[in-house]
Structures are given as structure tokens and as C-alpha cells.
Design a protein around this ligand. Structure first.
Ligand SMILES: [Zn+2]
Length: 304
């Protein structure tokens, strides 16, 4: 019986193949991820002044006002023309001068490429620790901020638009600021609150002891939609539910690794045993688990 079953299982696919019609070359190539243009400009629905510029898998927000443009993150790391592409993208929707370029935090994948903005006359604004961190590294592709502010934050008012730059504690780094548009009820939050995705490599200098409180403070602001620094699935914007979900993910990751660490299993055993169960179907789960495990292992198993 077992032998017959094995034979049946073996022959069925052959039969199916034999009966299937001969494959034909499609006349039109099916749409694929590769067919998506590398860059795109999208106006945020329901607004007349807020846009998203996307370059491959990074994105940033810019705001157009009658007195000029406030741009954010050049997102041009490893993309020599990325800064100019972004400036050109802004030019495609307005001839207003670019007044400001705001850095969300100090990581190069978001802030490299500012020269095109400097050349266009923009003033670069960031948290003061962005300058402190960029200064010794002296990256040729990343101009230093022209103006910095401290933990008290700063409000940019231009042409009737108010953009609040809020420092809500350390999170994904110790330089991340939340960019809040109170009238539009929008926030631009880079890297700390991925929309429906498992966080990854950016965990390397993440602050487990402060990030949960950061997310609670973001949720307490009066906004409806969150623009993430990397496109969400189907480019969707985030909601407060997404922020709550990310907080829960971090809490579960932290609790699981705390136990493994206190059982004396950091690093190697803990990284192998860490599962973050329940998130298996989230984008990034398989590739990113190791980065979450390592960061929390460092925290609970090493004290840093
Ligand atoms: Zn980052």
C-alpha cells in the first residue's frame, strides 16, 4: 500500500504535466516589482500641499507653501544623483524656492545627498546631535546641518504651514525627530515605526529602554496618518493602530529576549532560539529577526 501510494504521488505530477496545455510566451510581460519606477512623487491624498518623494525603498515628505518648500531627508545614500533627482521632483510640482531641508536623524541612508539642496539655497535643519554624530565622520556626501536645535524641538512656519520638529526621546537612534503637521494631522516618522513591517538592520543603534515611550508619545499627538521613511506594503500610510502594533511587537521581542538573556543564553543560543512568534507573516520577519534578537540580546544580556 505504501509502495502504491508512493508511486501514485510520483506519477500524478507527471500526468498533470502531460495534460496541461503547452505554455505560450506571454505577449505582454506581467507587472513585476522591477517594473516599478525607481523614483516617484505622490501628493498625499486629502492635502493640497504635502507630497512624498520615493527613491527605491526610501521615502521622504516635502511640503509646498506659497513662501517656499520645506523638504526632508535627501535619501540618496549610494545614489549619486539621488539628491538632484529629489530636487528635480520638487521642481516638477512647484517653482517655489526650497527654503529648508530637515534631517529626520543622522543615518546616511536617509540624509546623504544634501548637496543639491544646498546648491538650491536650502538651509539644513536637524537635532544638534545629528551634527555631533556627522562631524567626526565627515562623509563627503552628507553636508552638516546649518541650524540645529535641542531636545526642546523647533517649529518651522512658512507660507501658512506649520511643521513641528519634535524630539520625543531616543528611539531608533538618539537623533530622531518626529515631523508633525498639526493642520494636516500628519506625522513623518522615520524608522522607529515601520508600517506593518518587522524592523531590521536599523536596530543596530536602537534604544530599547526609550523606544516604547517614544512610540507612546507619538501616539499621543493629534494625527490621523503616518508617513513612514520606507514605503509600507502597497505604499499605504500608517495609522495609530500601526503604531500600537509596532509597540506591541517591540514589547514582545523585549520580553522574549529578556527571558533568554536571564537564562544565560546571549549571544549565540539566544539568537537561535528567539522566535517572535505571531509575526511570521509580517514582511521582513525572516530576514530581520536576527537584528532584533541581537539588539535586545545586547540590552538584556549585556546591559547596554
Ligand atoms: Zn535610520
Amino acid at each position: 500500500m505504501r509502495h502504491q501510494l508512493a508511486c501514485l504521488l510520483f506519477t500524478l505530477p507527471l500526468l498533470a504535466a502531460a495534460q496541461a496545455p503547452a505554455p505560450q510566451a506571454p505577449s505582454v510581460a506581467p507587472p513585476t516589482q522591477a517594473a516599478r519606477p525607481a523614483t516617484a512623487v505622490t501628493k498625499v491624498a486629502g492635502t493640497d500641499n504635502v507630497y512624498i518623494f520615493r527613491n527605491v525603498n526610501h521615502q521622504s515628505m516635502f511640503v509646498v507653501t506659497p513662501a517656499g518648500v520645506i523638504a526632508t531627508d535627501p535619501i540618496a545614500y549610494g545614489r549619486p544623483n539621488g539628491g538632484q533627482q529629489y530636487v528635480d521632483a520638487i521642481r516638477s510640482v512647484t517653482s517655489q524656492p526650497i527654503r529648508y531641508l530637515v534631517y529626520s536623524h543622522h543615518h546616511f541612508d536617509h540624509v546623504a545627498g544634501g548637496k543639491a539642496f544646498k546648491d538650491a539655497g536650502a538651509t539644513i535643519v536637524a537635532h544638534r546631535r545629528v551634527r555631533e554624530r556627522l562631524l567626526p565622520i565627515n562623509d563627503p556626501h552628507t553636508p552638516l546641518p546649518d541650524e540645529v536645535f535641542g531636545d526642546e524641538g523647533r517649529t518651522l512656519s512658512l507660507g501658512g504651514t506649520t511643521l513641528e520638529l519634535k524630539y520625543l526621546g531616543a528611539s531608533h537612534s538618539d537623533t530622531n525627530v518626529v515631523m508633525f503637521l498639526p493642520r494636516e494631522k500628519l506625522v513623518f516618522v522615520v524608522d522607529t515605526i515601520p508600517v506593518g513591517q518587522v524592523p531590521g538592520r536599523g536596530m543596530i543603534d536602537f534604544y530599547p529602554d526609550q523606544a516604547e515611550d517614544f512610540i507612546r508619545k507619538v501616539m499621543a499627538l493629534d494625527w490621523d496618518r503616518l508617513i513612514p521613511g520606507h514605503p509600507g506594503v502597497n505604499d499605504r500610510l500608517g495609522t495609530k493602530k500601526d503604531a500600537a502594533d509596532q509597540l506591541e511587537l517591540l514589547q514582545k521581542a523585549s520580553a522574549e529576549m529578556k527571558q533568554l538573556a536571564q537564562d544565560g543564553k546571549c549571544w549565540d543560543s539566544a539568537e537561535k532560539e528567539f522566535k517572535l512568534s505571531g509575526y511570521e507573516n509580517w514582511p521582513g520577519y525572516k530576514d530581520n529577526l536576527q537584528f532584533i534578537a541581537r539588539r535586545y540580546c545586547g540590552y538584556w544580556g549585556r546591559g547596554t
